[in-house]
Design a protein around this ligand. Structure first.
Ligand SMILES: [Zn+2]
Length: 108
């Protein structure tokens, strides 16, 4: 059986202790490697537990990969593209009115 890609959804502020400055530098160590598809093994520790991470307020799909063992994060898109998405998403949590406005059920 094919294993479904596990994903989780989080806020930018859960990833960084401060949303000032370039966010990607606080999240992804290796910004030179891009994994279009989920890496089968964590490039850092060889764990198989790599999940997709959706960032609330960013795009409605996986933006980053995260290893559930070493918590290292990896890029799915170009670093600059990802940074732009993160910058856009960081204001999301402050707009409480936005909460619940885009439930997944309405995306169909
Ligand atoms: Zn790992």
């Amino acid at each position: 059986m094919k294993k479904l890609l596990a994903t989780k959804m989080i806020l930018v502020e859960e990833l960084v202790d401060s949303i000032k400055g370039r966010l990607l530098d606080k999240i992804v160590k290796d910004q030179g490697s891009i994994y279009k598809k989920s890496p089968r093994f964590c490039p850092e520790c060889d764990s198989k537990d790599v999940v997709g991470v959706e960032i609330m307020g960013a795009r409605n799909e996986v933006l980053l990969w995260e290893c559930e063992d070493c918590y290292e994060m990896f890029l799915k898109y170009e670093a600059e593209e990802t940074e732009l998405d993160l910058q856009e998403a960081k204001s999301y949590w402050t707009n409480k009115n936005d909460w619940g406005c885009i439930p997944r059920s309405k995306q169909n």
